[in-house]
Ligand binder design. Structure first.
Ligand SMILES: Nc1ncnc2c1ncn2[C@@H]1O[C@H](COP(=O)(O)OP(=O)(O)OP(=O)(O)O)[C@@H](O)[C@H]1O
Length: 373
């Protein structure tokens, strides 16, 4: 297994969907999905429960048949291929191991089934086990392993086959938080090092941001946006995407725009500020209403000379190095992310001044929810 030069792979297709559609009893689970996944990349399908993530992965694996549209794997049409002929591995969250086989035999199983020779099996199992740091459990039965060790062996069993494409359906969701972070880092490292093509489904945006080259945001069977993680955060296609990415959630406040004086924004609760660049440069000639999105990390407390608002602290949620402060304004509520040291001096019931970075305000259309460019 040699490391593959990533640059050379960037243009070649690991996977492509063209207008993929799939319904269950009249309900569209996938609606005209088109996506190109470069070979050697890590793509994450992000979306809420029921968005269609599993259906998408199962259609790629051949466990579901598309009603319409084309699937290409490695640039080749794959709609007609049986699952076993697609050369893809699907990794689920509840990866069951054979209870009566050792760690070694569990990982070796797919190679034995395909008739691989004994010394080649030995080398492959040792190689993948050392990459996944589970050599020490190769001689043991699953019931003597910790949850994390079992998951490593199960991942080893999927990775040892070296298929063209790996499909990972919430593979870490049953692990505790620490293990999840440790294993996702390792998945990312392995994927980079060996140029694997990974398509992973998850509803967890932090997991998606941590590992993805590219994230496809899926909602009700439709791809709403495909972008690099930071772009999804900075330039969300609509306010559903903006709310999904970021913790605490982005603040959404009714607002209006006026082209006067080079562009002004009036937020509820009587705040008037200069419009952000996207609105100023948008060529708008008349006033209109929109939804203003302000991320909690772009609000600040306690700079009265710069402050737009005064709010009452109604909740303080410690988050370790940071804290989420909820403040009530006369007609709305905003959440603010502050350093824990700042939160220490605050008390529920106290009034505080609030200011924000106007250039970071994101404007959304009130009807379509789309971000205004
Ligand atoms: N075999 C099936 N029969 C009928 N409806 C189905 C079937 N499989 C999925 N669906 C429906 O298709 C839609 C998409 O389901 P899917 O499992 O792909 O979503 P998901 O994003 O993976 O959700 P989760 O995160 O909960 O696993 C849902 O409305 C679901 O109820």
């Amino acid at each position: 297994m040699n490391a593959l030069p990533r640059a050379a792979l960037a243009d070649s297709a690991g996977l492509e969907f063209r207008g993929a559609t799939k319904s269950y009893g009249g309900k569209r689970a996938l609606n005209d999905i088109s996506i190109f996944v470069p070979r050697g990349s890590f793509t994450v399908i992000l979306g809420a429960a029921g968005a269609g993530k599993t259906t998408m992965l199962r259609s790629i694996a051949g466990l579901e048949k598309l009603d319409a549209g084309e699937l290409l794997i490695g640039g080749e049409p794959a709609n007609h291929l049986e699952p076993k002929d697609r050369d893809v591995a699907m990794i689920f969250d509840n990866l069951a191991l054979y209870p009566n086989k050792t760690g070694f035999e569990n990982i070796a199983h797919p190679l034995r089934v395909s008739g691989r020779e004994r010394t080649a099996i030995e080398t492959a199992v040792q190689g993948i086990a050392s990459k996944l740091k589970c050599v020490h459990v190769l001689g043991r039965l699953p019931r003597t392993m910790s949850g994390g060790e079992r998951q490593r062996v199960a991942l080893g069993r999927a990775l040892v086959r070296e298929p063209r494409l790996f499909l990972l359906d919430e593979p870490l969701s049953s692990l505790d938080a620490m293990l999840r972070i440790e294993l996702r880092t390792e998945l990312r490292r392995l994927q980079r090092e060996f140029g694997y093509t990974f398509v992973m489904a998850t509803p967890d945006y932090t997991e998606a941001m941590a590992v993805a080259d590219s994230i496809a945001f899926l909602r009700e069977g439709e791809i709403i946006q495909i972008a690099e993680p930071q772009t999804l955060y900075d330039e969300p296609a609509d306010w559903d995407v903006a709310r999904f990415i970021g913790e605490p959630e982005i603040n959404l406040l009714p607002a209006s725009y006026s082209p006067d004086e080079g562009g002004r924004v009036m937020l509820g609760d009587g705040i008037v500020c200069q419009a952000p660049p996207a609105l100023r440069q948008g060529g708008y000639r008349t006033s209109f209403q929109f939804m203003a999105g302000i991320r909690p990390e772009h609000l600040r407390l306690g700079t009265p000379e710069l402050s737009a608002w005064c709010g009452e602290v109604t909740d303080i949620e410690p988050l370790g190095t940071k804290a989420a402060i909820t403040t009530a304004l006369p007609r709305s509520e905003v959440r603010i992310l502050v350093a824990a040291t700042v939160a220490r001096d605050l008390k529920v019931g106290q009034f505080t001044s609030i200011s924000f970075d106007q250039d970071k305000l994101i404007a959304f259309d009130r009807t379509t929810k789309a971000r205004l460019l």
